[in-house]
Design a protein around this ligand. Structure first.
Ligand code: SF4
Length: 231
């Protein structure tokens, strides 16, 4: 049964304070104890750190992947590896419109003209639909990824979707991530070995130059840093 949004909000704000300095594993334990099966993970399959971390505490957890129809093959390879190797249930969520139908209704390559609209159709709306079955979702957001993520809360209330949003690795640095990947043999997107710093849909992702913010290669032709699901 879905919980009252006001109760979820109060729960999120209290937990955000209580868990600010807790380990990622402790944060996931709290989420599992509090929300049970109404807790899921989201992943873009740039790597499988969050899916691994959460499934080590909650075997069988649902991992929601927004399958926009515009992902790199390498990203879909990570999804398959996660399916094979980790105790998770991968739920690939597709937008109601295929890319071809979107081209027909909005004109070709909407992402080149109106990326906010394209992200809304292919990511924001499908995520809202997918989260209807849950009270809380975990993300892999980290404060050190970019200025736009510096204020990420460990536990927050996602007022737009009326859900609790949990970022267990928000305090981790890139070095923490690298250490976890090596220690646990985590599947990682091969594009990181080819100059990409952050990975999304292929039309909106380019390699980064030395010294650039890792997310500088996302929507590089636009004044846009986020797809909209974290706003
Ligand atoms: Fe469209 Fe680009 Fe957003 Fe993907 S990242 S949904 S291609 S605008």
């Amino acid at each position: 049964m879905t919980r009252d949004p006001f109760a979820l909000r109060d729960l999120a704000h209290k937990a955000g304070r209580d868990l600010e300095n807790a380990s990622a594993e402790r944060i996931v334990e709290w989420a599992a104890d509090t929300f049970g099966e109404r807790f899921c993970v989201t992943s873009s399959f740039a790597d499988a750190v969050l899916a691994h971390l959460v499934s080590s505490v909650v075997p069988g957890v649902d991992v929601v992947f927004l399958d926009t129809g515009l992902h790199f093959e390498e990203t879909l390879d990570v999804r398959e590896e996660v399916r094979r190797r980790l105790p998770v249930t991968v739920k690939s969520v597709r937008p109601p419109m295929t890319v071809g139908r979107q081209d027909g209704e909005f004109g070709p390559r909407l992402w080149d003209r109106a990326p906010d609209e394209c992200c809304h159709l292919r990511k924001v709306e499908p995520l809202a639909e997918a989260l209807a079955d849950y009270d809380a979702w975990a993300t892999g957001l980290r404060r050190d990824e970019s200025p736009s993520r510096a204020d990420t809360r460990i536990v927050d209330f996602d007022a737009g979707r009326q859900k609790v949003k949990i970022s267990p690795i928000a305090r981790w640095t890139q070095s923490d991530v690298d250490t976890y990947i090596e220690a646990n043999d985590i599947p990682v997107n091969d594009l990181f070995n080819r100059g990409y710093g952050s990975i999304g849909c292929w039309p909106c992702t380019r390699r980064v130059k030395p010294g650039e913010d890792p997310r500088a290669g996302r929507w590089a032709m636009f004044d846009k840093q986020e797809c909209g699901i974290h706003l």
